[in-house]
Write a protein that binds this ligand. Structure first.
Ligand code: BES
Ligand code: ZN
Length: 636
């Protein structure tokens, strides 16, 4: 068996002892992992058996190598083994396991391990025989080219074009591709980490930074991190690049490449206000700092709620703060998701539906009801389209994703139907009682996993007070376990959007673009207007719109994407070049999927899409590649 390289071993020992002493697992890390109110948690996406042995704390040493595009790691897992079980099961996918050691009463001994059968999506179980007295399990490992959580960017894919970049995306079940772990959201652990990177770069994690980085021989640097709040594996996150920091408020700030940081700090100026609104509504912010990391444009999502450090796409830097609902959303996850966490991916709506609900409460507080209602209406319209397209069983809030990719559950249903369900409940009980209930939910279940049934039981004991007839009138079972949208769907009406849709109607009836009344339109009216244009508009009408409003030259990624979607079916050819550069430079899946799908509708478009994709694919994150490969029937 290969042993770890001497150099790695050599400098790993010192920091290991150093960080072992830094932190004792916090009290909340020990509570594992039955669901609320005694509901059992069986996660079909993990090989781990946390009811027997669960991890409570991680001491992690990472050596980030941009030359080989690998991370060499040592993970020391502190475990809880109440019944004296004889094995620890972890999840891995595409990891090379080098060595396992066991720690018992301060003594280290050599351990053994067994990798299970390779399963698609899930990877392999890593079975480590342990003794009842084993306190910690140390695993030396390396990532491989199959680490789908990692995106390694060449310097040319960054804003500064001088330094490479690395970021992780662990949700939903990709943490196991860069860290052997119990990769289920039902298990939480605290962590400390030491991360070694090239001296010209900085490392950030979903954790607090501990002191200043230390210069190491060979021009490298070591960053120390400490995460005293227990988190599930999907919230493990790391980014390495040429990063600088700007404060936003007393406990918030933004990290970005130097070329981007000023505009990011301007765009996110309201972050501290959002935090204050959240605390008033949902209870204290329990994570210390809240920072935002702006990633290069290949980041496959809009945002990711990594604790203490939201990861965000640069495509929300619109220059007019019109896309900051995303910050409200990721910040809101500090309560819904990061504090009270979906127990399995079948309960994903508990994370996202609650978060969209919280997001709207923040947006309403900061920018007013009318503005927020516009956002809600756009959400409902998207949801209605999604429901038409999905299999009815995939439109339930509670899902059954056994044997499927958890990504399949990542639809507007969890987000928007989840939101509407909670808004319906708010309407039924009145805001005052509902808010008290919501706050007690976060207080009572903080740092714990939550199942759909656990939430329904809490609702039943609380607001419903066991009133079956009321539950029936509110159609609660229909919302959660039924398809589509129940009849007591709340009304979501926006006058501003009604006007934008009317403008689209006038325009399609022949009115010239220059007489349209678009004064004061925000991004959202534009999106609504563009979505209401008929697919069969002739190209010269689109040319008219473009001449008056300069849409092809828009710097707003949302408007630009929607404009491309309107222009493609009309065969309005001036968009083709800009569309191509958009697809090659931006990796946000929400934009890529509809654009490639639209292109693929005609044989000529499909050929074009394939040509563009061949060039763009190497620059996309594995998560986006998976989706677009499927859309275009791409064989690697
Ligand atoms: N947690 C999600 C992103 C996610 C979900 C990643 C499932 C992987 C699997 C994040 O909070 C999110 O919802 N992001 C949205 C933006 C939001 C404003 C709706 C996105 O990226 O589009
Ligand atoms: Zn979210």
């Amino acid at each position: 068996m290969d042993v770890p390289k001497q150099s790695l071993q050599g400098h790993l020992c010192a920091p290991f002892l150093l960080i072992c002493g830094l932190v004792l697992a916090s009290g909340c890390a020990g509570r594992q992992p039955t669901g609320p109110a005694g509901f059992p948690v069986k996660d079909p996406h993990s090989f781990s058996r946390p009811a027997e042995v669960s991890v409570t704390h991680l001491t992690l040493l990472l050596d980030v190598d941009f030359e080989t595009r690998t991370i060499k790691g040592e993970a020391a897992w502190r475990i809880r083994n109440p019944a004296g079980a004889r094995e620890l099961r972890l999840d891995t996918r595409g990891l090379t396991i080098r060595r396992v050691q066991l720690l018992e009463d301060g003594r280290i001994s050599e351990g053994s391990f067994l990798l299970g059968e390779q399963k698609p999506l899930l990877g392999q179980s890593l079975l480590v025989p342990i003794e009842p007295g084993t306190r910690e399990v140390l695993i030396a490992y390396e990532t491989t080219g199959e680490a789908d959580a990692l995106q390694w960017l060449a310097a040319r894919q960054t804003a500064g074009k001088k330094e490479p970049f690395l970021f992780t995306q662990s949700q939903a079940i990709l943490a196991r591709t860069w860290l052997p772990c119990q990769d289920t959201p039902a298990v939480r652990f605290t962590y400390t980490a030491a991360v070694e990177v090239p001296g010209s770069l900085s490392a950030v994690m979903s954790a607090g930074r501990k002191g200043d980085p230390k210069e190491l021989p060979g021009g490298r640097k070591r960053f120390l991190f400490e995460m005293p709040q227990a988190i599930p594996s999907y919230l493990m996150a790391l980014a390495v690049g040429d990063l600088v920091f700007r404060p936003l408020g007393r406990r918030s700030g933004v990290y970005a490449e130097p070329a981007v940081v000023e505009s990011a700090a301007w765009e996110f100026a309201d972050t501290e206000k959002m935090m204050e609104a959240c605390e008033e509504l949902f209870g204290p912010y329990r994570w210390g700092r809240y920072d935002i990391l702006v990633l290069p444009p290949s980041f496959p999502f809009g945002g990711m709620e990594n604790p203490r450090l939201t990861f965000a796409t640069p495509t929300i830097l619109a220059g007019d703060r019109s896309l900051v609902a995303l910050v409200a959303h990721e910040l809101a996850h500090s309560w819904s998701g990061n504090l009270v966490t979906n127990a399995t991916w079948d309960d994903f709506w508990l994370n996202e539906g609650f978060t969209v609900y919280l997001e709207h409460r923040i947006m309403e507080r900061l920018y007013g009801k009318e503005y927020d209602e516009m956002l809600a209406r756009l959400g409902l319209d998207e949801l209605s389209k999604t429901i038409q397209e999905l299999h009815p069983a995939d439109t339930h809030l509670k899902l059954d994703l056994r044997g499927r990719d958890p990504d399949d559950g990542m639809t507007d249903v969890a987000y928007e139907k989840g939101y509407l369900f909670l808004r319906m409940l708010e309407g039924a009980f009145g805001r005052e009682r509902w808010d008290t209930f919501l706050r007690s939910y976060f207080d009572r279940f903080s740092f714990q996993p939550m199942t759909t049934e656990g939430f329904l039981a809490f609702l039943d004991q609380g607001l419903l007070a066991g009133d079956r007839a009321l539950a029936k009138r509110l159609r609660i079972d229909e919302w959660v376990y039924g398809p589509g949208l129940p009849a007591n769907l709340p009304l979501v009406r926006s006058e501003a959007l009604r006007k934008a849709a009317a403008a689209a109607g006038y325009f399609s009836a022949g009115l010239g673009a220059e007489v349209l009344k678009t004064d004061g339109w925000t991004t959202h009216e534009w999106l609504h207007f563009l979505r209401h244009l008929p697919a069969d508009l002739p190209a010269d009408r689109l040319a008219d719109l473009d001449r008056v409003f300069g849409l092809t030259a828009s710097k707003n990624s949302e408007i630009l994407c929607q404009w491309f979607l309107a222009a493609l079916p009309a065969g309005y050819s001036p968009v083709m070049k800009p569309l191509e550069s958009f697809l090659v430079s931006v990796g946000r899946r929400k934009f890529l999927s509809p654009l490639y799908r639209e292109l693929a509708k005609t044989p000529g478009g499909l050929r074009r899409a394939q040509e563009i994709y061949a060039r763009a694919r190497p620059g996309y994150h594995p998560v986006a590649i998976g989706t677009i490969d499927e859309i275009l029937g791409w064989k690697d």
